[in-house]
Every structure is written in structure tokens, then in C-alpha cells.
Design a protein around this ligand. Sequence first.
Ligand code: ADP
Length: 165
Amino acid sequence: MHKIIYPGSFDPATNGHLNVIQRASKMFDQVEIVISSNPQKKVLFTAEERLSMMLEMVADLKNVHVHTWPGLVVDFARKSGIRTILRGVRALVDFEYEFELYMMNHALNPDIETIFIPTDQKYFVLRSSGIKEVVLFGGDVSDMVPPVVVEALKKKLANAESPLA
Ligand code: ADP
């Protein structure tokens, strides 16, 4: 049984994330999405909101499960007995950060491996921070994020004073 962990902030999840998840669900027997809930990190959506959006997004993928996790991904891996982490990479700048993260995780637990999947070219420019900015300035993101996220963004940013501050 090949199981993999796909961790991230998913604040919010984009069509790029969903594409990675759909491809992973075909390559692996089981995909565990781990939504980080680090209270130190400034996020727009609470961990519960991100969880509920993600659950809706992957409802039709039977071998994909979603969790929130307050700690280190390597600790989730240890607890769940899964040894492989999946990360998506877009451009070269992603690679540098991802490589550092891999080395950190590997130092914390050498039994855990990370594998990288390149983004589909359609989603090359999608990043969560950019999406939030576009919505804040009234742009249309319906081609960039799933419908559940479009709605949540509208609600969240409609009345907030400085939501991205
Ligand atoms: P983190 O804060 O952990 O980087 P993100 O939610 O930003 O979490 O991203 C989670 C993972 O998905 C990362 O590996 C990131 O590189 C990848 N990712 C983000 N956007 C895309 C995209 N458009 N296509 C493919 N992978 C992506």
C-alpha cells in the first residue's frame, strides 16, 4: 500500500493544489492532506475553514483524506506510519524553498522522504497569496480556485477592514 502525505497551508487551496491532489490520488493508494494549523502563521482562513473547503473539494476522491495538524509534518508522518511527503513545485524559486524544507525534514527524521511533482503548466502562476490580492482588488478568480473557495473568499474579504495586513 503506497501512502503519501500532502502537507500545506492551503490558505486557500487553488486549482493548482487540486490538480496535484487529483494526480496523486491516481499514483498512490492513499493521500493524506495535512493542513497546517500553526497559530504563529498569519492566515486568512482558520484551520477549520480550510478543512471544510478541502473536504468539499476532494469529496469525490475516495482515497484522499484531510486532516488539520498543529505540529511538524514529520510528526504526523511518524504518528500515521507514512514515510513519504509530496510537495508541488512551480518555478525555480519554489525549488529552493522546497529543497530547504526537504533537508530540514530529512534532518528531523531521515526515514522520511520527500518527492516533488511539477505543476501542470495551466497552474504555473497560481499561488494563494496572489489569489487573495486579486479578490481584494475586485478581480475574478473563478478560473483559479474551486467554487467553494470563490464563495468563501467573497464572504471573508467583503467586510474585512485590512484582511491581508
Ligand atoms: P506551504 O505554506 O506549506 O508552502 P502552500 O499551501 O502554499 O503551503 O502549498 C502547498 C504545496 O503545494 C507546496 O508544495 C507548494 O509548492 C504546492 N503548490 C502551491 N501552488 C501550486 C500550484 N499552482 N501548482 C502546483 N503546486 C502548488
